[in-house]
Design a protein around this ligand. Structure first.
Ligand code: ADE
Length: 258
C-alpha cells in the first residue's frame, strides 16, 4: 500500500512512520509513505502557503494554489488512482471499520491542514473524504495523519508478527479487548487469573470473551447497543454482570469494615 501525505511538516510525519510496526512494514516494502510539502510548490518569493480569511476573523487559511500544485504532482507520482482524505475536526469520526476499509486500498493520500483550515473550494474539488480522529482540536492534521498511517499500516499483510493479533484487537469485533497478563504469576500487585494458567483453551477463550463483553459493558456501553449479541454472548455478559455486582458488594463491605 502507498500513503502520500501532503504536509508543511514532512519530517514529523516521516519520523512517526519510521518507528515500530509501521517502520518495519516500510522496511519490508509492505507500505510506502511519501511526503509532499506545499511550500515547495509555491510561486512567490516568500513561499506563501496561507492568507487571511475573507469575511474577517482570526486565523489564516491555506491557499488553493500551492495545495493544488502539490496534489497534482502527488497524483502523478504513481500510476494508481488515489483516494484523498482531508483531516479535520469536521470530518466523520475515524473507526476501526473505516481503518479496515482504507487498509484494503492500494493508495490513499492524507491532506494535513494547519491554521484555521483549507480554502473550501479546494476541499470541494480535490478531496474524496474528510476524517476526524476525535472531538477535540489539534493544531494541524499531522498527528491525525500519523494515527491513520499507524492504524492502516499495521493491518497490511505481514506487518504484524503474530497473524492473529490484529483479529484479537479491541474493536475488530466491535468489542474492547480483554485484560492481558505475563510473568510473574504472583506479584505484590496481584495474581494472574487461574483460568489463564489452566491450559484449557476452550475455558480461556470463554473467559476472554466474557471479559471483552464485560469491559465493553462497563466502559463503552454504547458499543453494545450498536450490535446484536448472540445467546452465548448474552449468557457470558450476564455472568460477568453477576460477578461484577458481587465483587462491588464485597469491596463496599470491606471498605465499611476498614
Ligand atoms: N486537525 C485538527 N484537529 C483534528 C482532529 N480532531 N482530527 C483530524 N484532524 C484534525
Amino acid at each position: 500500500m502507498r500513503i502520500d501525505v501532503v504536509t508543511l511538516f514532512p519530517d514529523f510525519v516521516r519520523q512517526c512512520a519510521a518507528v515500530g510496526v509501521v517502520g518495519r512494514a516500510q522496511q519490508r516494502e509492505l507500505l510506502q509513505v511519501e511526503t509532499w510539502n506545499p511550500r515547495d510548490y509555491t510561486t512567490d518569493r516568500h513561499r506563501t502557503v496561507d492568507s487571511s480569511s475573507y469575511g474577517g476573523g482570526p486565523g489564516m487559511v491555506m491557499l488553493i494554489q500551492p495545495l493544488r500544485a502539490t496534489l497534482e504532482v502527488m497524483r502523478n507520482a504513481a500510476p494508481e488512482p488515489v483516494h484523498v482524505i482531508y483531516l479535520s475536526p469536521q470530518g466523520a469520526r475515524l473507526t476501526q471499520g473505516r481503518v479496515e476499509a482504507l487498509a484494503k486500498r492500494p493508495r490513499i493520500a492524507l491532506l494535513c491542514g494547519r491554521y484555521e483550515g483549507v480554502d473550501e473550494r479546494l476541499l470541494t474539488h480535490e478531496v474524496d473524504e474528510e476524517l476526524s480522529i476525535g472531538d477535540y482540536v489539534l493544531s494541524g492534521g499531522e498527528l491525525a495523519a500519523a494515527v491513520i498511517i499507524d492504524a492502516v499500516g499495521r493491518l497490511q499483510d505481514g506487518a504484524l508478527n503474530d497473524a492473529q493479533s490484529a483479529e484479537q484487537d479491541s474493536f475488530s469485533d466491535g468489542l474492547l479487548d480483554c485484560p492481558h497478563y505475563a510473568k510473574p504469576v504472583h506479584d505484590a500487585l496481584g495474581s494472574v487469573p487461574e483460568v489463564l494458567l489452566s491450559g484449557d483453551h476452550a475455558a480461556i477463550a470463554r473467559w476472554r470473551q466474557k471479559q471483552s463483553l464485560g469491559r465493553t459493558w462497563l466502559r463503552r456501553p454504547e458499543l453494545l447497543s450498536q450490535r446484536a449479541l448472540d445467546a452465548q454472548s448474552r449468557a457470558l455478559l450476564d455472568e460477568f454482570r453477576r460477578e461484577h455486582v458481587q465483587y462491588e458488594q464485597k469491596r463496599q463491605n470491606d471498605a465499611v469494615d476498614d
